[in-house]
Design a protein around this ligand. Structure first.
Ligand SMILES: C[S@@+](CC[C@H](N)C(=O)[O-])C[C@H]1O[C@@H](n2cnc3c(N)ncnc32)[C@H](O)[C@@H]1O
Ligand SMILES: [Zn+2]
Length: 211
């Protein structure tokens, strides 16, 4: 998005997209320091208001994230949903998990956010109950394996947001692996009778509602 458009949207949102911006900046600082293998790319702050919309729509009391990073989106989601909501966030990189836990402590969010260490594909089968919102923001090559758990871990009306679809669109550097995994995941999700899915054209996200 052009810088001018970003600035205009920030102005329109008037503070609503600025929440936990310090954590967004810390995430980017960490990635630059950590080096090439680090995939801690925080979500665009212009997506922060989306979490208010989704938390309000679902009356969210339980939120699940795969791919915590430094904790930016988990903090945004927890703040959007309010103190009666708990966020579970899965993180596969132990160093990132430590950074996120520290960030939650510093922001008095530790009681409201739990970091679960491990990879999504190993953790999801062990989770129980229903989540009102699920946000997938980790390794997209695992996404096809999440499908049965997405149904099991949601209720009618739950919303699933899937990020990191950029390899499908050939965006970013066009060389990211896993295009077929994303294609298979989205095809199955779109055809699953228990979900209605919208793939945001040219963007890196899809939004599904469990029916
Ligand atoms: C794109 S970043 C997440 C950013 C975060 N959601 C935010 O917007 O601030 C991806 C994170 O997911 C972690 N990760 C990647 N694949 C994962 C997987 N399969 N299971 C759990 N964590 C994973 C990475 O270590 C990294 O911290
Ligand atoms: Zn890192």
């Amino acid at each position: 998005m052009k810088k001018g458009v970003e600035q205009l949207l920030m102005k329109i949102y008037a503070g609503r997209a600025d929440i936990h911006l310090d954590l967004y900046r810390l995430s980017n600082q960490h990635r630059r320091k950590h080096g090439q293998d680090c995939d801690m790319y925080p979500s665009d702050p212009l997506q922060a208001p989306l979490w208010s919309v989704i938390a309000s729509l679902t009356h969210a009391r339980r939120i699940l994230e795969v791919g915590c990073g430094h904790g930016y989106t988990a903090a945004v989601m927890a703040s959007a949903a309010g103190p009666d909501c708990h966020v579970d966030t899965i993180e596969g990189n132990p160093q990132h998990a430590i950074l996120a836990e520290k960030a939650f402590q510093d922001r008095d969010l530790s009681e409201r956010i739990t970091v679960i260490r491990g990879r999504g594909q190993n953790i999801l089968p062990r989770l129980k109950g229903r989540y009102d919102v699920v946000f997938l923001d980790g390794d997209w090559r695992e996404y096809p394996r999440y499908i049965p758990h997405l149904r099991r871990l949601t209720r009618p009306g739950s919303i699933v947001v899937t990020a990191n679809l950029n390899p499908l669109f050939g965006r970013w550097d066009g060389r990211l692996p896993g295009k077929l995994a994303i294609q298979s995941y989205l095809t199955r999700l779109v055809r699953a009778p228990h979900f209605r899915t919208y793939i945001v054209p040219g963007e890196w996200h899809s939004i599904s509602v469990r029916v």
